[in-house]
Design a protein around this ligand. Structure first.
Ligand SMILES: C[S@@+](CC[C@H](N)C(=O)[O-])C[C@H]1O[C@@H](n2cnc3c(N)ncnc32)[C@H](O)[C@@H]1O
Length: 299
């Protein structure tokens, strides 16, 4: 096949993927565009269209490891947290600030601070058993070198100042192991995009106790079996945080946001901290034989 045919086929494939993405948007973004989402913050339909457009633009302008659809899913959950409940948004692992700029826009709309943790010097040297990760859904093996995904803090801040809302951001520069032990703010939503199991463990050890009940913890590493399994590792959770493992929505394949070769997927998954029954109310009972109770978060 000559290069012109190859380029033409690649363009058709790109167009096809874009059409699929556009066609699935009403499903993927249904919760985002629901009138209740954001209503407590005075964020209406027009604000949401503007936010989505800015996030898409930022994704195109800043080299970013995650996608604006993934950022919109986090925005959706941030906008559903009751406005009178305290807590900041936290990002662990920002690279050049593409996801940070988008999260800062959401934090600004919700009137919450955004706490940004990164070495701003890339990954630490991975431990021997953290060097190679298996991504079964993508049929890939990922390896990291020390300093991978490094971007200087000046570049990150410049990107956020230009495309996001830097007024809500606080930067914690250094390895998580050094910067997190003294962090004591209550958290409403945490986003981990850290690449290494050891880094994810450090973030969970320090931030889980700070996450308020009903708060969200997202991870952008759900296809990494080494990281997904951490959320089901009973020994680790009992020994480190004195509780049972919470599990992970999207473990292994991610939330179904993007068309992929074997169905829809992404790198994003999440858990809700202790969604105990007192926070929810029954809205309907359905099913015969196997009973199913529909619940909704109490407003
Ligand atoms: C995959 S990148 C983040 C991508 C970014 N969220 C985006 O969407 O563009 C991973 C980031 O985690 C940071 N990181 C990983 N482990 C770390 C650790 N133990 N301490 C500090 N930073 C760490 C790296 O410096 C890097 O910026």
């Amino acid at each position: 096949m000559d290069s012109r045919t190859r380029n033409a086929l690649a363009s058709v494939a790109r167009l096809y993927r874009f059409a699929l993405l556009a066609a699935s948007a009403p499903v993927v973004l249904a919760e985002y565009f629901r009138s209740e989402t954001g209503s407590e913050y005075g964020v209406g339909f027009v604000d949401k269209v503007a936010l989505a457009a800015k996030m898409l633009r930022n994704n195109l302008r800043i080299q970013t490891g995650s996608t604006f659809l993934e950022h919109l899913v986090m925005a959706t959950k941030a906008l559903t947290i009751p406005a009178d409940e305290e807590g900041c948004l936290v990002e662990c692992g920002c690279y050049k600030g593409g996801s940070t700029a988008n999260l800062s826009l959401v934090a600004g709309l919700c009137d919450r601070p955004l706490e940004v943790f990164d070495s701003f010097d890339g990954m630490p040297d991975p431990a021997e058993d953290d060097r190679e990760h298996v991504l079964v859904k993508s049929e890939q093996i990922h390896t990291y070198d020390e300093d991978a995904w490094g971007a200087p803090i000046e570049e990150v801040q410049e990107n956020i100042a230009r495309y996001g809302d830097i007024s809500v951001c606080t930067f914690h520069e250094g390895y998580f192991e050094e910067t997190m032990p003294s962090f004591e703010e209550p958290c409403a939503l945490v986003f981990l995009d850290v690449g290494l199991r050891e880094s994810a463990e450090t973030c969970l050890r320090h931030l889980w106790p700070r996450l308020r009940p009903g708060g969200y913890l997202f991870t952008h590493d759900v296809k990494h079996m080494e990281i997904s399994t951490l959320f089901f590792d009973a020994d680790w959770w009992r020994a480190t945080l004195d509780r049972e493992p919470p599990g992970l929505v999207g473990a292994g394949s991610g939330l179904g946001l993007h068309p992929e070769s074997n169905g829809f997927g992404s790198l994003l998954g999440y858990i809700v901290k202790a969604p105990d029954s007192s926070m929810f109310e029954m809205v309907a009972e359905t099913g015969e034989g196997e009973n199913c109770v529909e619940i909704a978060r109490k407003q």
